[in-house]
Design a protein around this ligand. Structure first.
Ligand code: ZN
Length: 301
């Protein structure tokens, strides 16, 4: 059951359990000038539920702006359902990536069932940034920051409310779900953890999984660090073996209980590509993940 959780005065997090494939978190920041959304959802049904909850909580104030934390469809496909007057803001790499998206209109048989998008076209951001940008909603300040290097993707952006100390991390954090870095960088994802800690957030809204109160954040960051180091060390010991062969021999240990464990294979493909200076073949990586998993990846979207 998805819920709109109030994380500060007139600031909300849309939390969709269990945070697995295509089931993301999003947010809404109210103010005197209307509402600023942080991400949308993957499908029409999920996005409409999110927008209805936001409208109820904000007395249907107009959605002036929407931020996309990165290009992935679970955070962006719902852009198409926003009012025409809503301006969509993201990192320039997010716009570039979305313009090249092929998953929405020609979804390969990776997930079972295939998500019921009920959305027919990509709506890309029309305002882009590289490093930082500040959005003002009445007296409320919403800072957008890019870490400065690839991490979850090439164009990750966090939304930071300095007065309320609320941080929307997008998929730089997956809480209690296997992290995914196959379109970014294992080293960058590792490096981003200290950067995230530096905001000193009172509440952190991860891209997937439950809200993270301030006191829990250091444990969550430490768990991510252990996972990324595990991926990096496993890849470093791979020798000439393929990511799939390496993944078959791996003991996931403490990470075995996290949902979507097959992301191990995708993450090892990324580490392999980075280590060897080669380009990663996304569809080949997914094919290996399906093989490791023993069938299409589980999806409830
Ligand atoms: Zn993502």
């Amino acid at each position: 059951m998805s819920t709109l959780e109030r994380v500060a005065d007139d600031v909300y997090a849309w939390i969709q359990p269990p945070g697995t494939w295509w089931i993301n978190n999003a947010g809404a920041v109210g103010g005197a000038d209307g509402v600023v959304l942080i991400d949308t959802c993957a499908t029409r049904r999920r996005t409409e539920c999110f927008l209805a909850a936001v409208a109820e909580a904000t007395a249907a104030r107009p959605i002036r702006l929407a931020v996309n934390t990165h290009l992935h469809g679970d955070h962006t496909y719902g852009n198409a359902l926003l009012p025409e007057s809503t301006v969509i803001v993201a990192h320039e790499q997010t716009r570039t990536g979305l313009l090249a998206d092929f998953l929405l209109t020609a979804t390969p048989p990776i997930w079972s069932p295939t998500p019921d998008w009920d959305i027919t076209q990509i709506r890309p951001p029309t305002v882009t940034m590289r490093d930082n940008m500040v959005l003002h909603n009445g007296s409320r300040r919403i800072e957008l920051h890019h870490p400065g290097y690839p991490a979850h993707t090439l164009g990750d952006v966090v939304a930071w409310l300095p007065a309320e100390r609320v941080l929307f991390t997008g998929d730089l954090l997956f809480h209690q779900v296997t992290p995914l870095v196959f379109m970014g960088s294992v080293d960058g994802a590792l490096r981003s953890l200290d950067w995230l800690a530096g905001f000193d957030a009172a509440v952190t809204v991860p891209g997937h999984g439950p809200l993270i109160p301030g006191a829990e954040l250091s444990n969550v960051l430490a768990a991510h660090e252990r996972y990324y180091r595990f991926i990096r060390d496993t890849a470093a010991q791979a020798g000439d073996r393929s990511p799939l062969d390496v993944a078959r021999d791996v003991d996931l240990g403490e990470f075995a209980t996290w949902p979507d464990p097959e992301r191990l294979v995708l993450n090892l493909h990324r580490a392999h590509a980075d280590r060897t200076g080669t380009t990663m073949d996304l569809l080949a990586a997914f094919t290996d993940a399906i093989t490791w998993h023993g069938g299409p990846l589980h999806c409830t979207a």
